[in-house]
Design a protein around this ligand. Structure first.
Ligand code: SAH
Length: 363
């Protein structure tokens, strides 16, 4: 039953070095193996040619390289690509590659579904199934990396796919560590952003890990009454506790915190709400990222009128709060995370082959 073997992607560099030692090999072999897996993008132990045939055989006897398979692969006309990965237990996860100038940014998921229940989000509609394992998160990254041509590399990672990253922090941190460890993708934590609904204790935990990850907090409302409607878990947390944790994060790491704000037409996009938000963030080392609602057919929320969005930005900026509006990517392939999985679930489709929406779109 080779399919039940663990994935090599589950192992950190130290764990693989230990495995090598336990098999009578020098620990540095782990770096050689990881160089093939991460740097040279091979999908077969036999291609690891500077490793002895015996060791390759031993690896193949105990591991598979990937435990997931690509269920669907979509390409957008703007160069965005999205993968739906089928996991061993039949669950699915999704991840996205975005291209912009020299940047190759990937967006990864940390859970199957989500338990936070934000009312405008597709991922929460089916609830939480389970956490992704370390290896499953690494597989998302490596599968996306393998979509790039030989000389291109992932430049940025945003942990903004399905799920609440801070609710699966141990697996996420282990997966991200493999990126900057020797033999990994050579990625600096400074180019990795973790987005959270705002779990104060976990934000403090993240500030203690000693790596300069960027933190993005999904605020979405300038007061607790509205936030608790849009982000139900807020009832037990509250904006004050989140801002206090974010301030501590900044104190500890020196990293400026980003506040995400999904802009929902006529719900949280008024001038009054912009002033309230400015009041809340003024004087903090904060940056606001406005995300116009990405429509989900199952949900009754829409993106704001251009004029209201412009006014919203002006009010924030004139109060000294730096603000950007996120560009939409991959709209024609349901690239807002959770949408592809949702569609697959509602249509009860069993996509087993690579489907590309690219025939009309040169990527
Ligand atoms: N659970 C984490 C990360 C996943 S969602 C979090 O809450 O931050 C990543 C971002 O996408 C969040 O800011 C989330 O609120 C936003 N988002 C979710 N659904 C969206 C939609 N339909 N349109 C625009 N942004 C959305």
């Amino acid at each position: 039953m080779t399919t039940q073997l663990p994935s090599l992607c589950e192992l950190t560099r130290d764990e693989l070095a230990l495995w090598c030692q336990n098999h009578g090999e020098q620990p540095y072999r782990a770096d050689q193996i990881r160089k093939w897996l991460f740097g040279k993008r091979v999908n077969d132990f036999n291609a690891m040619t500077d490793i002895s045939a015996g060791l390759r055989q031993q690896l193949a006897h105990e591991f598979v390289i990937f435990s997931s398979e690509i269920a669907t692969h979509q390409k957008s006309s703007d160069g965005t690509e999205k993968l739906l990965l089928r996991l061993r237990d039949g669950e699915t996860t999704e991840c996205v590659l975005m291209r912009e100038d020299d940047r190759r940014t990937i967006c990864i998921s940390t859970q199957v579904g989500c338990g936070m229940g934000c009312v405008f989000c597709a991922s929460g509609l089916l609830g939480l199934s389970r956490n992704l394992t370390t290896g499953e998160i690494v597989e998302e990254i490596l599968r996306l990396d393998r979509l790039l041509p030989p000389l291109e590399r992932i430049t940025n990672v945003v942990v903004m796919g399905m799920g609440e990253p801070l609710a699966n922090l141990p697996h996420l941190l282990k997966a991200l560590a493999t990126l900057d460890e020797k033999g990994g993708l050579g990625m600096s934590p400074r180019r990795i952003t973790i987005s959270t609904v705002g779990l104060p204790e976990k934000i403090r935990e993240l500030s203690q890990v000693g790596k300069p990850y960027n933190l993005a907090i999904s605020l979405h409302a300038p007061n607790d009454t509205l936030r608790s409607e849009l982000v139900p878990v807020n009832r037990n947390i509250g904006i004050d506790a989140i801002l206090a944790a974010a301030d501590d994060f900044f104190q500890e790491t020196g990293r400026r915190v980003t506040y995400e704000y999904v802009v929902l037409a006529e719900r949280n996009d008024s001038a009054e709400q912009a002033r309230e938000l400015a009041q809340l963030l003024r004087g903090r080392n904060a940056h606001v990222n406005l995300i116009p609602m990405n429509s989900v057919s199952e949900l009754p929320y829409h993106d704001p009128a251009a004029e209201r969005l412009r006014t919203f930005v002006e009010i924030l900026e004139s109060s000294g709060v730096t603000t950007t509006v996120r560009k939409r990517k991959g709209a024609d392939i349901d690239a807002a995370c959770g949408q592809l999985r949702l569609r697959a679930a509602s249509a009860n489709v069993e996509p087993i082959t690579t489907v590309s929406a690219s025939s009309q779109n040169p990527a």
